[in-house]
Structures are given as C-alpha cells and as structure tokens.
Design a protein around this ligand. Structure first.
Ligand code: SF4
Length: 449
C-alpha cells in the first residue's frame, strides 16, 4: 500500500492491505495488538464448526460469557434433535480460578450424563481455564470411564492461544477423534459434504441436487449431522469440501488416515454450483452420474437465467465491498458480482490463505483493495474511498454499513434464507437489489440535507 493511501492503517498492517500489483497479502498471522480486529477467538472458531452437530452437548469450561458468546448464533437447521441449540457452562468464578475448576467441571459432566445419557459431549477450555491449567483431557478420560456409553471429547481452545483459524483446526481434530474408532469399515459409493453448516437448509439443497444425479450423501460436516451420521463418514469414497478455510484440514486428515480423496466445491453462484455438481459426479468416476449431472445443470441454468436477467440490468456497474470469514466465500462472491456486471472494489476476509488472496486478486480490478484481518476503521476508509454501494458481510459489519448509509447483505451464519444452489443465487441477487433500492436511503439523505 502506498504511503499516501495509508490513512488510518497501522504500520504493522501495511502488508496486509494491498492494491494493484503490490506484493502478496500478508495473512495467516495473529491479529496485531490494538488494531481492534473483526476476527473471533480460537474458542469461537472451534465452537462454530462443532455447534451444528444436532445431538451433541457443548460444555464450556470458563466464565459464563464464553458460553453466551457462541450460544445459538447460527441459522443451522436440523431434521432431528434440537439439543445443539443449548449451551452448557461451568460458570467459573474467582473461587474456581484460585483453587482450580476441574471439580466443578466433573460435577457438570456428571449432571449432564445423569439427566440426558448423551452420546457425544464436547468439553471446551476457554481463556481462564487455559491460564490456570485445568486439565480437561484428564477430566474427559475420567468421565469416559465413569459413563461408558458417552464419547467425551476435549477441545483445548483458550481464546488467546492463536486466531480463529486455529479453532477450526481444533474442531477438525475433535472430529477425527470421534471418527477414528469407526474407521475400519467397508467403502460404499457416496460422498461426505464437508464445510457446510446447513444455514437455512443449504445442506439439504445440495443433498437434493446430488441425490437427483445418483450421488448418495453419507455424512454432512457439520450441518444437520449427529453422532451416528458422523461415525459413518469413514465409509465414503469421496469428500467434497465447501468451506475450505474451516474444513480443508479435516479433508487432509481423512485422506491421510482413511484414504478418502477430496475435491473442493462451491455451491454459491450459478457458475460455482454447476461446476461443483459436475466435478463431484466426475470425481466419483461414474459415467452415468456425469451424464445425469450435465442434463440437470442444463435444465437448472435454463430455468434460473431468465429470472436473473432483470436484476443484472439494474445492478450492472454498481460497486460492491466484501468482508467475510473465509477466502472461499469471498471468491464465490466476487464471481457472483462479476456475473451481475458489478465491480468489486474492496475484498477482505478474517482467515483467507495466500492462494485464496491470489485468486481474489486475479478476479478483481487492479484498483480494488484486498485486505486480511481488517478492523472497522479500515473497512470504513476503503468503502468511502471506493464508493461502495453495498457491503456483504456478517453480524459485526452490519452496523458499520448502516452507519455509513451503505446497503448491506448478510452472508454469514446468522442468516435465515438460503444463498446456496440455483435458487440461492436468486435469493442473493434479490437481496442485493432490495437493499440497494430500499427507500430508507433516500429518506436518510433527505434528513441529512
Ligand atoms: S475464550 Fe477467551 S476470548 Fe474467547 S470468548 Fe472466552 S474469554 Fe473471550
């Protein structure tokens, strides 16, 4: 970033903000102290990946605030148990911090086991438990001996121990620990769908596409999954990975230990959805599936194309800004804006990788700003400078956009409407259009005059 463009960007963050052909975007590092990062903590990263497992219990060993922070924050839907919508906490206080909290944790686990006879319990260590050194692995080992019908899996996730991406990795390790005892199984034709959290039923949409072309879905990670569906996953012949940031690590572990190959997919946007359906069918090595996939794609594209056309005309030339969790989603969004004739002027993510930033920079114009692990001040500066008409982000970015009188589209875990698949493209495009053309903007402008 040139010196005359830096404005409020901190010295230590200059390499994380790039335009044009400047060097690589610095990423993957811990947040700069004092920069007020938009990122969530390690524990939050682990919890958001594991939370959609519908019949799992989540015991948060820490002060009550950690449990409430991640309590029921997703729009993940379930076809079974509603248990995942609860949060359990040991509610650590000063006394536990001084004398240790393991006894309280064991009591909480015993209470849950006695009342609910659960199949699966995740036990998280948050910041304070990490600082005082409570041994949650030993507690889980003792709990497994005491309650043999339950799997107790520790997740060592003090918020300060890295960044949100480290939390994703811990969640993947917890899932490997769950599956390992069930890995000696016979293979059967079918895929596991990794990195989809069934927001507004999106995993069901993708499952229906795959089943229509003859591809069985064995397990989903972790949207609308449960203990029994997850332990079947080692029997699949292929893993398809949607949210690469959170689940590529799990896909690599499963490839190494269970010999299940994986391919990356994206069911966002018409182009991405069609390519992902075909790639999945071809990767299974089944000619019949591939032929059915081509016919299904042709029918769906012919149906959705004319519905998108009026929006394309209305939105062409508008300017979009993006700030989302992972690089995979940012790439899909830039492609969608390109297909609508819109210009993406700013793209940032919380946990994007170098490869993903390279792909983003190839897709956007030379004057677009690309930034990793941004803060509100940077987002505001670049949205103003670039004249963004709309910001696509999550719950933390929404107030910023509204305060700037910029239209907003929620593409995060809290949303209640599906944005994946062919109809998801239509929902997304309609939302972009409605938000940008809302009468509220004219009202606000009049008030300011
Ligand atoms: S783990 Fe630490 S950073 Fe995360 S919510 Fe709890 S106290 Fe906050």
């Amino acid at each position: 970033m040139r010196e005359d463009q830096r404005g409020s960007v901190l010295d230590e963050r200059m390499d994380s903000v790039r335009t044009g052909t400047e060097g690589d975007v610095r990423c993957g590092a811990d947040s700069v102290s004092g920069s007020v990062s938009q990122r969530a903590c390690v524990y939050c990263g682990a919890r958001v990946v594991l939370n959609p497992i519908t019949d799992a219990f989540h015991v948060v060993h820490g002060p009550i605030g950690c449990a409430s922070y991640t309590w029921d924050i997703r729009g993940s839907l379930t076809s079974g148990s509603e248990r995942y919508r609860n949060s359990y906490s040991t509610d650590m206080t000063e006394k536990n911090i001084i004398f240790g909290g393991e006894v309280k944790l064991e009591a909480a686990i015993d209470e849950i086991a006695a009342e609910h006879s659960p199949k699966l319990v995740f036990v998280y260590a948050t910041c304070i438990a990490g600082v005082i050194g409570d041994d949650i692995r030993a507690v889980c080992r003792r709990a497994s001996q005491k309650h043999p019908g339950t799997r107790f899996i520790p997740v060592q996730s003090p918020g300060f121990s890295g960044n949100k991406a480290h939390g994703y990795r811990l969640a993947c390790e917890a899932l490997m620990e769950l599956m390992r005892p069930h890995s000696d199984v016979e293979r059967k034709k079918g895929v596991n769908f990794l990195g989809d959290y069934n927001l507004a039923g999106e995993a069901w949409i993708v499952r229906s596409y795959l089943e229509k072309i003859g591809v069985p879905v064995i397990s989903t990670f972790t949207g609308d999954s449960c203990h029994d569906s997850l332990i079947k996953a080692p029997s699949a012949t292929l893993n398809i990975v949607q949210c690469a940031g959170s689940m590529t690590y799990l896909a690599k572990c499963m490839e190494e230990e269970f010999r299940i190959p994986f391919t990356k997919v994206s069911f966002f946007g018409v182009e991405g959805t069609s390519a992902s359906i075909l790639r999945t069918a071809e990767a299974l090595g089944d000619d019949g599936c591939a032929e059915r996939a081509k016919a299904f794609i042709a029918t769906e594209e012919a149906r959705i194309g004319p519905l998108l056309e009026p929006y394309r005309r209305a939105l062409s030339g508008k300017r979009a800004a993006i700030y989302v969790g992972g690089g995979f989603k940012a790439i899909s969004l830039v492609r969608q804006f390109n297909s609508l004739g819109m210009k993406t002027v700013m793209v940032g993510t919380q946990t994007g990788s170098s490869d993903e930033y390279e792909a983003i920079r190839r897709l956007v114009g030379a004057d677009a700003v690309v930034l990793d692990d941004a803060n509100p001040s940077e987002l505001e500066k670049f949205m103003k400078e670039k004249g963004a008409d709309i910001l696509v982000g999550g719950v933390k970015e929404r107030p910023l956009a509204y305060k700037m009188n910029v239209a907003f589209c929620d593409h995060n875990h809290e949303r209640r409407h599906a944005l994946a698949g062919y109809d998801g493209v239509l929902n997304f495009t309609e939302e972009i259009f409605s938000s940008m053309h809302s009468p509220v903007w004219e009202h606000v402008r009049r008030k300011r005059r």
